[in-house]
Design a protein around this ligand. Structure first.
Ligand SMILES: Cc1cc2nc3c(=O)[nH]c(=O)nc-3n(C[C@H](O)[C@H](O)[C@H](O)COP(=O)(O)OP(=O)(O)OC[C@H]3O[C@@H](n4cnc5c(N)ncnc54)[C@H](O)[C@@H]3O)c2cc1C
Length: 342
């Protein structure tokens, strides 16, 4: 098969019949890639009793859904998911396959890539289509997947290509790609596959019960985030951030330095090794603006930065900057917001 005619795939991660946000985000990016290549965009949906999710995948941009519905796929297990993906990829031969860089995606994608010996770029922050010339052989390749990700601690952005093996596989961080607005009523084709590998597969683990840890912080869904850095100075001072966030109906986040200093919990960390967020309003308090932090918040719609150092890099991405001591600025902001709310 001519590889350049292969479909673009996104892995439609679901758990207990609920699609992950990242699957819908990837459809937005996948739509762009598939349109550029002039090929169909397909979502791969694995699970048990999950056919009903296909409608949502179509509304968010998929032309096709490759569905494997089997009781052995009811709960994620690397063996059953990996073997099913390998069989599907060998059968349909997509040219691109992208997964969310979730716990599941980070477990599944490398094992599929390793079995197919096709390579994988993990944690991409941008995916585009472009041409590439091998500097050694001068061989030219058209329409490759340009897989961009931060490297060397975020100090450079590396663009990685995979010209000689298929499919081109990548994982993309949650919250980085933009979800399309759903098109209600948009439909597509469901292609049902019976994975032969599952017929004889003995699962080594039987899932008896799933117990979820309660999640107290929802940074990804927050419209307003008040984030603090090392400049906040203490855990005690972080209470001011909580007060402002509460007054604005938002949530508190932090830098890695703030987490390391014990000012806030790890689940609040924003950035390259934390959560990626795009709230309507991001208030950065005592944050210098290191690239690793910016990687997780610079797509916020409005950014206000408060910092005593007028040269701090955070001001380069801020829409509004306040040069000042947050111990003086925050109480005034809290007072003003509360006065307005009355
Ligand atoms: C591989 C790798 C991954 C990383 N991942 C992440 C990540 O996911 N997220 C992340 O955040 N970082 C990450 N980092 C760390 C990152 O490089 C920075 O060290 C970190 O973001 C700095 O945090 P900060 O801005 O809170 O602290 P600092 O850089 O120390 O900045 C503190 C700021 O507070 C200001 N300030 C001080 N006092 C006041 C005051 N009273 N009022 C107002 N402003 C004041 C100072 O002027 C300064 O600009 C990572 C680093 C590496 C190498």
């Amino acid at each position: 098969m001519d590889r350049s005619k292969g479909e673009v795939w996104i892995f439609a991660e679901q758990e207990d019949g609920v699609l992950s946000d990242v699957a819908l985000e990837l459809l937005g990016k996948g739509r762009e890639l598939a349109d550029k290549l002039g090929v169909p965009l397909a979502a791969v949906l694995l699970g048990s009793g999950v056919e009903g999710l296909a409608a949502k995948l179509f509304e968010y941009g998929a032309d096709k859904v490759h569905l494997v519905d089997d009781p052995k796929l009811a709960h994620y297990q690397n063996l059953s998911y990996r073997e099913t993906m390998i069989e599907l990829i060998r059968e349909v031969q997509p040219q691109i396959c992208v997964y969310g860089a979730t716990f599941l995606g980070r477990d599944l994608a490398p094992s599929v890539a390793s079995a197919l010996r096709c390579g994988l770029t993990a944690d991409c922050t941008e995916l585009t289509i472009g041409d590439y010339t091998d500097p050694a052989t001068k061989e030219e390749f058209k329409n490759l997947l340009m897989q961009c990700r931060p490297a060397f601690g975020g100090n450079i952005i590396a663009t990685i290509v995979n010209p000689r093996n298929w499919p081109q596989m990548a994982t993309a961080r949650e919250g980085v790609m933009k979800m399309l607005d759903p098109a209600p009523g948009r439909t597509g084709e469901i292609v049902r596959h019976a994975a032969k590998c599952l017929e004889t597969l003995e699962l080594p683990v039987e899932v008896l019960e799933v117990v979820r840890a309660a999640k107290s912080v929802n940074l990804k869904g927050a419209r307003v985030i008040v984030a603090g850095g090392a400049g906040v100075g203490s855990k005690e001072n972080f209470k001011l951030l909580h007060e402002l966030a509460e007054a604005l109906g938002g949530t508190v986040g932090g830098t890695r330095a703030a987490v390391d200093l014990g000012y806030c919990e790890h689940e609040r960390q924003i950035g390259q090794t934390g959560v990626t967020v795009r709230p309507a309003l991001y208030i950065a308090c005592g944050i210098s603006g290191a690239v690793q932090h910016l990687a997780g918040m610079q797509e916020s719609q409005k950014i206000i930065a408060i910092n005593t150092d007028k040269e701090a890099p955070i001001f380069a991405v801020a829409h509004y900057g306040i040069v000042g001591d947050l111990a003086a600025v925050l109480p005034k902001m809290i007072k003003a917001v509360k006065a307005k709310a009355l």
